[in-house]
Design a binder for this molecule. Structure first.
Ligand code: HEM
Length: 166
């Protein structure tokens, strides 16, 4: 992976981002961070409806139809800005434990979000199970945020971190 990351850092798109690092990365990171707000905000309103704590004047389907597109739309923006940050700083991102752990959780959550939006929400199994899944997936979003921040501090994983071996 390190060799691939070092090769990627010599490609013209990566060199362009590195040469304009003063504004390109901060701009991309700012869009990425704004995207976190939309992802978490839209997921939060769906969770509040599932738990029955807010939005009970609407059906779950109406709530998912209202906030679901924001969630998936923001995930596409996160993917695009994330890929640009990887191209711009490939060794910093790819040669870490945090990045890959985060990508596994993001892939799982994106699949769960799409599956939930397409599900027959009126015929869901026990409310208790759906509520437990809502709380579990919310905690996974929080883990994704922590892992995103830890990419810059990957040494915290000690020998698990490829960055400490590089
Ligand atoms: C969809 C695919 C995603 C990719 C490819 C991606 C990739 C990245 C990359 C490369 C960084 C820069 C790390 C650094 O250099 O410090 C980053 C930062 C971060 N990401 Fe993502 N990310 C994705 C989705 C998400 C999602 C869904 C969340 C949260 C809901 C998230 C939360 C964060 C956070 C909190 C940071 C640290 C920002 C900072 O403090 O500068 N990311 N991400």
């Amino acid at each position: 992976m390190k060799q691939f990351a070092e090769w990627l850092s010599t490609t013209p798109p990566s060199v362009f981002i590195q040469d304009h690092n003063a504004w390109v990365i901060p701009t991309i990171q700012s869009i990425h961070i704004a995207g976190i707000g939309v992802v978490l905000g839209s997921a939060f309103f769906i969770y509040l409806r599932i738990l029955g704590w807010a939005g009970t004047d609407q059906t779950l389907r109406e709530t998912v139809n209202r906030y679901g597109p924001w969630l998936t739309g923001a995930l596409w923006v996160m993917l695009a800005t994330g890929i640009l940050m990887v191209i711009g700083e490939p060794v910093r991102e790819l040669v870490t434990f945090s990045f890959w752990a985060k990508m596994i959780l993001v892939a799982a959550m994106a699949a769960a979000a799409v599956r939930f939006q397409r599900a027959d929400l009126e015929g869901l199994p026990s409310r208790r199970l759906v509520r437990s899944l809502a709380i579990l997936t919310f905690l996974i979003w929080v883990c994704i945020i922590i892992l995103g921040r830890l990419i810059a501090y990957d040494h915290v994983w000690g020998s698990w971190s490829p960055a400490t071996k590089a």
